[in-house]
Design a protein around this ligand. Structure first.
Ligand code: PEP
Length: 267
């Protein structure tokens, strides 16, 4: 593969952890320990912590972006407990869409995830679209087919150029690797990243090679190197380890090595 200048992205998914009173301090600590040139850092706290994390980072390290963990597929209405794209205005600039925990716990379908993607793009949010197969799919040799279907379901009907302009990021997260301590092989994740770009090409994306693809699934400071050694992988969506400043320092530090190598490969 040719050297690429796709950005190196490390996104923290705090899931349903932290409170408004402790999230700001954690964000500040992580920001302070991850100031590494060339790495795009994103912290996605729970909705109720977005304001405190935003305020902490604006004051301390405005280069760390704030992301939401979900967005509703409608703009407003009778959707108790949900959050729409306009509500995120000023609070978040990124959003995770289609995380497997939302597919599992909230019955999110590819069609609904596609509508959320549209709302994110319309609302000026940078989407991280999550895809990934179940263990049974991988064991049955259906991993590529499942991910291709998820991508098609979410992206079909959208103007590829418009979604590309929103700087879509895709996170490949095999479901069996999330929160289990069991991670994919770097080579398997890389093969999937290449398949994802091929699928984007079939869906009409002219510049599929420019879409950053992250790996997610039990990423730690100890194993991030295996994924970032793969030229087709551009970073990680990190769950459990993203709540630990030492882990984040190690993960982002390793990402900085990849960012520097990519820069020197093109200069
Ligand atoms: C995630 O939440 O997207 C994730 C990959 O979690 P973990 O790193 O804990 O497996």
């Amino acid at each position: 593969m040719m050297p690429t200048m796709r950005p190196v992205v490390i996104a923290a998914n705090w899931k349903m952890n932290t409170t408004p009173s402790d999230a700001a301090e954690l964000a500040r600590t992580i920001a302070g320990r991850t100031r590494v040139a060339g790495v795009t850092r994103v912290i996605c706290p729970p909705f109720v912590c977005l304001a405190s994390v935003r305020d902490a980072l604006v004051a301390d390290d405005p280069q760390v972006a704030v992301g939401a963990q979900d967005v509703h597929h409608e703009l407003a209405g009778a959707y108790t407990g949900d959050t729409s794209a306009p509500m995120l205005d000023g609070l978040a600039t990124w959003v995770i869409i289609g995380h497997s925990e939302r597919r599992r716990d909230h019955g999110e379908t590819d069609e609904r995830i596609g509508r959320k993607l549209g709302r994110a793009v319309d609302g000026g949010l940078r989407p991280i679209l999550c895809v990934g197969e179940q263990l049974a799919d991988r064991d049955a040799g259906r991993a590529f087919e499942v991910v291709e279907r998820q991508l098609g379901g979410a992206l079909d009907g959208h103007d590829a150029a418009r979604v590309a302009a929103a700087r879509l990021v895709i996170a490949y997260e095999p479901v069996w690797a999330i929160g289990t301590g069991r991670n994919a092989l770097g080579s398997d994740a890389a093969a999937m990243a290449e398949a994802i770009r091929a699928t984007l090409g079939r869906l009409g994306w002219e510049r599929a090679g420019e879409v950053p693809i992250l790996y997610g699934g039990s990423v730690t400071a100890a194993n991030i190197g295996e994924f970032l050694a793969e030229p087709s992988i551009d970073g990680a969506l990190v769950g459990g380890a993203s709540l630990k400043p030492d882990e984040m320092a190690g993960i982002v530090g390793r990402a900085g090595i990849t960012a520097a190598a990519r820069l020197s490969a093109i200069s």
